[in-house]
Design a protein around this ligand. Structure first.
Ligand SMILES: [Fe+2]
Length: 282
């Protein structure tokens, strides 16, 4: 089978990755890895040690109408308890440096577990890209070395609100980890939005724009997947979600290395994100 035939035979399915005992991201065969890299999205079997049940309960507490978490102030544009305009999504969004202040310890620890997962995924992308390991930290603005920044967000969708769940977009960072427990998420494949079915026991992983940027001159680049959330109707189960974003520092730099370790370009994160924003609105 040619590679295109192999990809065609997998049409309509999303590949599943696993975390191995050696803390590597693995797939049952190379076709699944190829498809994950081509699509920019795959399922990840939930690692046994992940404290997901507690985090799901916490997400419901956050969304309750009388929740004290609704009083957390906004920190800039991106953090705090935020209702998005013209979307159904409402979220408590906090970056890593604020987890200890606002999240219970077990939830901050859960965020650290997701950091570890994000780094494992990121390192697999950089390994496949052929970029020498000595450059991984620098290429990723520190994220692949356990730094950079990360958001752990608890979102829910207000079905009384007539807008779309979440408008079509790509994520800007490296790796997004989603706990999807209700239908509605769609991803764009060959120009068409397709449902990402809920697969119990699995997380959904997206690749973002910053990951596309730093792998562009490598042996194997990855794309950022466009996605949206359909309008949630009052008849649907209430849609909660846990979203983790593995990102570079907003005031840092990204570097594009090739497989020889030569730098082919660089950008401040702020400039890259501003260019993406312009493409989105222009
Ligand atoms: Fe997104």
């Amino acid at each position: 089978m040619t590679r295109n035939e192999q990809l065609a035979s997998l049409e309509g399915t999303f590949p599943i990755g696993y975390i191995s005992d050696q803390s590597r991201l693995v797939f049952v065969n190379s076709r699944d890895l190829d498809r994950a890299w081509d699509l920019g999205i795959f399922y990840l079997k939930i690692p046994e040690h992940l404290n997901l049940d507690k985090a799901r309960i916490f997400g419901c507490e956050v969304a309750a109408p009388d929740s004290d978490y609704r009083k957390i102030p906004k920190y800039g544009e991106l953090e705090g308890f935020i209702a998005l305009e013209n979307n159904q999504q409402t979220k408590l969004a906090l970056s890593r440096k604020l987890w200890g202040q606002h999240y219970p310890k077990e939830i901050a620890d859960f965020g650290r577990q997701l950091d570890e997962l994000g780094v494992v995924i990121m390192r697999e992308v950089l390994r496949e890209a052929g970029i020498p390991e000595a450059f991984w930290g620098r290429a990723s603005g520190g994220y692949a070395a356990g730094e950079g920044t990360a958001f752990l967000n608890f979102v829910h969708y207000d079905a009384r609100n007539p807008y779309q769940g979440l408008r079509p977009h790509t994520d800007y960072g490296f790796v997004t980890i989603l706990d999807v427990t209700a239908p509605g998420l769609q991803v764009k494949i060959d120009g068409r939005f397709e449902d990402l079915p809920v697969l119990p026991g699995h997380l959904a992983i997206h690749f973002g724009e910053a990951l596309n940027y730093i792998t562009q001159h490598s042996d194997r680049s990855v794309g950022a997947v466009e996605h949206q959330v359909l309008s949630q109707k009052a008849t649907n189960p209430i849609r909660h979600g846990i979203v983790y974003f593995g990102n570079p520092d907003l005031d840092g730099m990204l570097w594009q290395f090739d497989a020889k370790g030569e730098s082919k370009g660089s950008s401040s994160v702020a400039d890259l994100f501003a260019r993406l924003e312009k493409n989105l609105t222009g």
